[in-house]
Design a protein around this ligand. Sequence first.
Ligand code: ZN
Length: 266
Amino acid sequence: MNKTGFIKYYVVGLTFISFTALFLSLNSSGDVKKLRQEISQRDQQIKQLMIELKEKDKKIQQINKEKQILVEKLKIIEEKIKKANKTLKRKGIRIRLPQGGKFIPAEEGKKLQIYADNLGKNIDKLLKVMSDIPIGVPLYGRITSRFGYRKDPFNGRKAFHTGLDLRARYKQPVFATANGYVEFAGWSAGYGKLVIIRHKYGYKTYYGHLSKIRVKKGRWVKAGTVIGYAGSTGRSTGVHLHYEIRKYGKLINPLRFLYLNRTNSF
Ligand SMILES: [Zn+2]
């Protein structure tokens, strides 16, 4: 092989190698491009997901915040239930709340629902008790004579007044102050036309000096039922209602039961 021949082969070989290298480099730069594209696509996807994740995080935080507020509000309701129960206790009414004393505000949704349900049950019980015990007024009228010792309006001597007198208009409606059974409906010496209602928890209420009785013995009445009309029958100096409350036979001051607030409970 002469020199020219060698150079010729050398050039051809070199060209071939260069082309191959160029081809390979072109090809590989295509791969890199593709790879870069893919990477940037993935990057984009990751960014998108991060945004979504952040939004979801925000929502979760929002929900947690709302839940916290809800738990706080439920706690306030729980406190109010306990307060109502205490008010009843001060009036000598002891009831057992169905879910009393076991309130543990829960973290999980389901427990929170149970918590709310329990509060609801307690409120139902309180409402039931409130209509079963004589709370409230039997007639809208000014108090003219209180419970306790007073001068007898007939003979001026010191005498014990067994109830509360409420000034009334003639035939003004008289309401039962609680659910219960009519134990007596008729004439009773000093009381004149009298209605006695027997309630739960040992309570009885007396409504005296009525002009007319609207209920019969043995009838079950709801709180708020008109049981008769005001009058001046029996030992009475004018139209008024004599209202009396007894618990297990013992006279108690009805003033404690006209209202539910603290000032009237003693
Ligand atoms: Zn009286």
